[in-house]
Design a protein around this ligand. Structure first.
Ligand code: GSH
Length: 156
């Protein structure tokens, strides 16, 4: 099992290349997929929201899979996102929970007045995360269209 900061030994190209089709197959054959880790607080937040919204989704706990590290590396190559949760709806990469890491990482840029670029990147990344999509009212329609919410009265 990996730690919060690393996911074990670096994976070989061959291992990643074997995991990539598996990750793609999981995403292609399920309307909603959450790649998660059991101890991850951000993942718990997304799982709690999906439970409240009554979402049917495929949950892959990477720290419980024998090839979880390889799948995580394959997802990183495929989507550019290494962290969990890593959420897909209708085959589309949605992103993580709330993008907090990205925003705080941009603080130094604000301090040296590259405010325009920082603003653009922050908005782009924030909008790609599950919580922001939900706050913007975009998540439930996506989930409903994907057939993952039976009754879209769940407008929490
Ligand atoms: N801002 C991200 C943060 C996600 C995050 O930092 N996840 C941690 C686990 S709690 C992670 O993936 N760490 C790297 C790893 O476990 O390999 C989000 O909201 O999704």
């Amino acid at each position: 099992m990996g730690t919060i900061w690393s996911s074990g030994e670096p994976k070989s190209r061959e291992q990643i290349e074997m995991a990539l089709p598996k990750a793609k197959e999981i995403v292609a054959s399920n309307p909603v997929v959450v790649f998660s880790k059991t101890y991850c607080g951000y993942c718990a937040k997304v799982k709690k929201l999906f439970k409240e919204l009554n979402v049917s989704y495929k949950l892959i706990e990477l720290d419980e899979e024998s090839d979880g590290d390889e799948i995580q590396s394959a997802l990183a190559e495929w989507t550019g996102q290494r962290t969990v949760p890593n959420v897909f709806i209708s085959g589309k990469h949605i992103g993580g929970c709330d993008g907090e890491c990205f925003s705080s990482a941009l603080l130094p840029f604000w301090l040296i007045n590259i405010w325009l670029v920082s603003w653009y990147v922050t908005v782009e990344l924030a909008d790609s995360a599950v919580m922001e999509k939900h706050q913007a009212g975009k998540l439930v329609p996506m989930l409903t269209e994907a057939g993952a919410i039976a009754n879209n009265s769940a407008q929490l």
